[in-house]
Ligand binder design. Structure first.
Ligand code: PLP
Length: 421
């Protein structure tokens, strides 16, 4: 029997490059032996101090009158639990002085769903028959955005400037001279810190992007999945920024609760109301357990302290060790570069002149039980096939045990050399 799928079904239900890759990684992980080095996923580390907090909160919810009922046995309103929305607005108002009320806040089932809703709300086929796109001021950008458009390709990406900041280090910068906002652009979007590179757009870059978006009457969307004030996996001293035409997304995943699927969106009330409507239509309401676990931590400010004193130093140290291991593994005799690490969980490597593609490197590494993500997946929306850089990069997670990361990097360096770099 073969069923005919709608256009929507074909776009979302017929697989994708990233879906195939995740499947491939998953199978390699399932069939791999004890020596397998999983440096490919976006799984945050399990931090013992944070797991102790989740355990404590679950116990408190069990003991509290009505705690269990609020967490598990009721449907919240589609836009999120009212007390949680209020607590988020208050936290950001008091911490950063932003002029917010709970009308500026919505919860979604993870940050991923927030992007699915936001992109399709703003871009795609418009009532006047035109088609709108999301402008990515920098690529590489978060792989999870690709393929989210219900009506096909949604992105237009600008080639970044590459600034060499050290003998083996570089940083992508927004090329403002080539950033053109044409009438078909619906919004500008960037992750900060960026998955996959660990880049953090500077305050000046954010201010310029915000001014450009405002001038064109479109939203600037900033994906803060790793940023401040929580989870705080951000190592550079930059200031979180919000203005009434901005949409800021957050998540409880990277602080340690990916299983609760809790995404948070701060934005203009009109967009926030639309997200509530989309949540109702797609899923009635959102999971409430994450909101109930986090609520008192947000009200008391404990979440800020945990982010600053536990999560941030944990990843900063892992990042330092991974970078040191990379320097030892790759040495000085080949040309290799690592992006500056200003946040998130990844090292992003660039091997200029690599004689094989990053896809081939991925295949060879998989045979040696090292799983990474080949870089070309992160350049969606960028149509210059001749830009070789797209095939010269890989993403390596450093959230795993230090020894696994170190051994994996040694094997990556061996394979890069064997490829003839
Ligand atoms: N944004 C970025 C940059 C991410 O890396 C991720 C997950 O890895 C997400 C959003 C979505 O995360 P979640 O749906 O778990 O909130």
């Amino acid at each position: 029997m073969s069923y005919e799928f709608s256009n929507f079904g074909r776009h979302l239900g017929s697989g994708s490059g990233i879906g195939d890759l995740m499947d491939d990684l998953g199978h390699a992980l399932a069939s791999g032996g004890p020596d397998l080095k999983m440096l490919g996923g976006g799984q945050p580390a399990r931090i013992p101090e944070m797991n102790a907090v989740w355990r404590r909160r679950l116990e408190e919810l069990m003991e509290e009158t009505g705690g269990l009922e609020r967490s598990l046995t009721s449907y919240d309103p589609p836009r999120g639990n009212p007390a949680f929305l209020e607590a988020i607005a208050t936290l950001f108002r008091e911490t950063f002085g932003w002029d917010l009320t709970s009308d500026n806040v919505a919860v979604t089932s993870g940050g991923q769903t927030a992007f699915y809703f936001l992109f399709n709300l703003l871009a795609g086929d418009m009532p006047d028959g035109s088609r709108r796109k999301i402008l990515l001021p920098l690529v590489p950008e978060y792989i999870g955005y690709a393929n989210q458009g219900v009506g096909g390709e949604l992105f237009r990406a600008i080639t970044p400037l590459i600034e060499k900041t050290g003998p083996h280090e570089f940083k992508y910068r927004v090329d403002f001279d080539n950033l053109e906002v044409t009438p078909d652009i619906a919004a500008i979007c960037a992750s900060r810190p960026t998955n996959p590179t660990g880049n953090v757009l500077t305050d000046e870059e954010i201010a310029r992007l915000s001014a450009i978006a405002k001038q064109h009457d479109i939203p600037l969307i900033i994906d803060n999945a790793y940023g401040a004030p929580f989870p705080g996996i951000i190592f550079s001293e930059v200031t979180p920024h919000w203005e009434p035409h901005m949409v800021l997304t957050l998540s409880l995943s990277k602080i340690g609760l990916p299983g609760t699927r809790t995404g948070i969106v701060i934005g203009p009330p009109e967009i926030i109301r639309a997200l509530g409507s989309m949540s109702a239509i797609a899923g009635l309401s959102n999971p409430n357990i994450g909101q109930q676990i986090a609520l008192p931590l947000i009200k008391s400010g404990e979440i800020l302290k945990l982010s600053r004193d536990v999560v941030r130093p944990f990843y900063q140290e892992k990042c330092r060790l991974a970078r040191q291991a990379a320097v030892e593994a790759f040495g000085d005799d080949i040309e290799w570069f690592m992006h500056v690490s200003e946040g998130a969980l990844f090292l992003w490597f660039w091997f200029p002149g690599l004689p094989i593609t990053s896809q081939e490197l991925y295949e060879r590494l998989k045979k040696r039980e090292v799983l990474i993500i080949p870089g070309h997946h992160f350049f969606f929306g960028h149509d210059d096939e001749n830009w070789q850089h797209r095939h010269e990069c890989i993403r390596v997670s450093y959230a795993m045990d230090e020894a696994v990361v170190r051994d994996g990097l040694k094997i990556i360096a061996e394979e890069v050399r064997r490829a003839g770099l």
